[in-house]
Design a protein around this ligand. Sequence first.
Ligand code: NAD
Ligand code: ZN
Length: 347
Amino acid sequence: MSQPTHQTGFGFARGEKKIHRYDNLVVKQPKPMQVLLKVEAAGLCSSDLHMLWGQDKRIPDKFIMGHEIAGQIVSVGSALVNHPLYKVGGRFAVTIADSCGSCKGCRSGNDNMCSGKMGSAYGLSQDGGFQQYLIVSNLRTLLPIPKKVSYVEAAVASDAVLTPYAAIQKAKPFLNPGDRVLLFGLGGLGANALQILKSYGLYVVACDLKPEAKELAQKFGADEFYNDINTSKHRPETFQACFDFVGFQPTFDGCQKYVSEKGVIVIVGLGRARLQMKNYELARREVKVFFSFGGTSQQQIECMQWVAEGKVKPVANIVPIKELPAYFDKLEKGQIQGRIVFDPAKL
Ligand code: NAD
Ligand code: ZN
């Protein structure tokens, strides 16, 4: 496969809150221990918006976004020419965390908590997937995509499936089949969360402000759906677990109101940087509150397996990357349903 010398990427300049299209970015040749990945699919996450608004101090001056990445190897460095895994044509998903492998987080299997390399991450603090080619220096960030999983599914599985999967594992030890759980937000993450919760035999009450989310809720087996849980007949303090895939005060308040005694709240949404907690209310009921951040590379492998087995069907639409600025706009206006995945070849 011939390697072009230049490419186009989308991101922003440090300090600016505006999406840029950067043409004529140089495509580097892989060094001996690097591979060059042709990005085949790159998902758009609500976190990309949060990124733009509250920028990480470590980002380079000209920064390429995109942290849900899947692609194929088009060229390998000289030290890898005979490597059995990293071969030209190999299909790989990329972990978000550019993990070091040797810090406490990595050694305990929590490589999404990597504190080495200052917790660097593709598309969050170093260049990501909103471009045609990505140099990968850290080979442990490449996970083989199972045959039955498409690039689009693999990209989505690296965050929009992984994050809910990992979040739900935190609550799972406290849940039994048939337990009632409340789910806020049926967006890119929440639609997959619903499928995972249903696969565990739970009774899921799903909530989303968007009326059109009802169809999605029904499609994936939600037992009930509401635009506003407060209009339902459910009594406060009756749900064994509440999952917040929005992270705004009203949804977190909903979790605090409806969670039962000894119940669990899991907060995944990052809609607001600060949330208020009702100290006495939660103490009285001895509620467990978990936060969750992405998932481990092992869980990402499990997610791709779940997708391969058809247990999770990611809701994703692939669109040309040239439309990226327009989709950012739509995301900001809440006009996107499911996951938007960019095809970087379509410029
Ligand atoms: P999304 O925009 O696709 O979905 C959000 C959904 O929440 C939408 O369907 C919207 O209609 C709904 N919503 C908004 N306000 C609501 C309310 N008051 N009540 C009920 N529903 C409401 O976003 P996404 O990509 O699924 O991400 C969800 C959140 O998770 C974002 O804040 C994102 O930054 C965060 N996130 C966190 C992690 C993590 O590791 N913790 C990883 C990825 C994304
Ligand atoms: Zn580490």
